[in-house]
Design a binder for this molecule. Sequence first.
Ligand code: CO
Length: 155
Amino acid sequence: MNYKEFYTVRGYQISEQHKKLLTPAMEDYLEMIYRHSLKDGYIRINKLADTLNVKASSATRMVQKLGQLNLLKYEKYGVITLTEKGKEMGKFLLDRHNVIATFLKNIGSDNDLYETELIEHNISLETLKNIDLLNRFLLNPEIMKQFEEFIKSNS
Ligand code: CO
């Protein structure tokens, strides 16, 4: 995996922008919409509400807010598509999620989904970059093996 954009000026800008624009709840919505738009190119409001376990009315309100920020288009029959800006930010959020989930898995934490959700909204870009570097260091099978043996011998 490769998250080069964290290390670019553009990555920094996206990170700064989303901090100003989005609440944690909005981040969850955008991340989920982005996941589905990667697969299908869009998601419908009812499906979005189901996947996030919220009422369709709450989902609609949130989607309208994201629309006002120019991150998505809310079209006929409840179809939601992301704008270029929405895609860029959605990708940042999904990459951030994956870096944290990978990190938790690497250090042997099982319960990673819930913890990832907690951590992702509060982490700084600098820490994210550092964790990404560590993840990439641990991609080396020899090093990962040493680390796993170290964990075993200490637990
Ligand atoms: Co997430």
